[in-house]
Design a binder for this molecule. Structure first.
Ligand code: KG4
Ligand code: ZN
Length: 351
């Protein structure tokens, strides 16, 4: 491949409830970024229904890929490779993207590479921070994952910490549901918490003891649910609305602040542990405004370079998959027609 010729990769993402396709140039520039979300359809069930997700991916994958190519002003023949999320995620959902990518690779003869969903989230930072290169530490906080990762190279990762129970986004979703804020809960809590007091409910600081950097969000979640139950019972006894005992925004802000405290503390402990001074953020929860504000504050104080993708690149998208795939393809990684979806692929599994 001539070095000065643009290198364009089509990315496909169908691991959960977004059908997405995008074209990225040289792993750094988004030429198109199409996301067809199913969120309204799952909202009535209060979470993602795997069977519905797979069916909708099947319906939408072809138009979404067509739209990504049209918006980039390119034909399949103009591409240099195809990247697809191979795992982790819902197996039936992953299979739709993997099959589409394999089909396209086989008819065009283009090289194909399977991308780890979290490696994709991390690679969103290469799109929004053109000069960013490994090594750095990345906090990945989404609905399915809460990881602290040492990024060694574009496709080598060391997991410094993971969650022992719930993911951060899962905790947001569960509390939002209990508060009657609907699904997905993260953005709703973020909005509701605006201007609220962060000390209305006091939370014990998360400390797992020893040298572990692991997260645990079930304690914060249970504490929030118990507090809400107590308030609800008192309100019922007094025959009043629960939110007249404590403004809803104060309850939301206190819970959000407890989760943000843990994420900030652990991310900076990870920097200290590795001696690195570059921190990136990834995953849907990284679009949380309080988290972004507190991370920026602490980074400025500690002299840390902070990289945060715009919210659109924090939540699931295919541009991040195309970016991660571009680097992998350029480094010579290839997957053949035998590639399969792997719903439990670990980020640090040897490739
Ligand atoms: O990365 P993502 O789109 O999908 C997964 O790979 O899981 O993350 C979705 C998660 C959901 O739990 C959602 O509630 C959470 O990210 N989220 C937020 C915000 N926006 C999305 N959590 C807190 N604040 C937000 N603004
Ligand atoms: Zn994700």
């Amino acid at each position: 491949m001539a070095v000065n010729r643009p290198f364009r990769v089509l990315g496909i993402e169908t691991s959960c409830d977004e059908t997405a396709a995008a074209v990225v140039q040289d792993g750094r520039t988004v030429l198109s970024d199409v996301v067809s979300t199913q969120v309204e359809l799952h909202a009535r069930y209060g979470g993602v229904v795997p069977e519905i997700a797979s069916r909708l991916h099947v319906e939408r994958i072809v138009p979404v890929v067509d739209q990504a190519l049209a918006e980039a002003g390119l034909a399949l023949a103009d591409l240099d490779g195809i990247a697809v999320t191979r795992g982790p995620g819902l197996v039936g959902a992953l299979l739709v993207g993997v099959s589409a990518a394999k089909g396209l690779a086989s008819v065009t003869g283009l090289p194909l590479v399977g991308v780890h969903h979290i490696a994709g989230h991390i690679a969103a930072n290469y799109l929004s921070s053109p000069g960013l290169e490994p090594p750095f530490v990345c906090l990945v906080a989404s609905g399915g994952h809460s990881h602290l990762v040492r990024v060694l190279s574009h496709d080598r990762f060391e997991i410094l910490a993971r969650t022992r129970d719930d993911a951060a986004g899962e905790a947001f979703d569960k509390i939002a549901r209990a508060m009657g804020l609907g699904y997905p809960g993260g953005p709703a809590v973020d909005r509701e918490a605006e201007g609220g007091r962060t000390d209305a409910v006091s939370y014990p600081r998360m400390d797992l003891g020893g040298r572990s950097l692991d997260f645990s969000f079930s304690g914060v979640k249970t504490h929030a649910l118990n507090s809400l139950n107590r308030l609800t019972m008192r309100a019922a006894e007094e025959g009043i609305d629960v939110w007249s005992l404590m403004p809803r925004r104060d309850f939301a802000a206190s819970f959000q602040s407890a989760v943000v405290d843990a994420l900030v503390d652990h991310a900076f402990a990870g920097l200290e542990r590795t001696g690195l001074l570059v921190l990136a953020m990834a995953g849907g929860v990284s679009s949380n405004r309080e988290l972004r504000r507190r991370m920026a504050e602490r980074a400025a104080r500690d002299g840390v370079a902070l990289h945060v993708p715009p919210p659109r690149l924090c939540t699931d998208n295919a541009a991040m998959i195309a970016a991660a795939g571009s680097f992998a393809l350029r480094e010579g990684r290839r997957d053949g027609p035998e590639m399969n979806a792997d719903p439990s692929w670990e980020l640090d599994d040897p490739i």
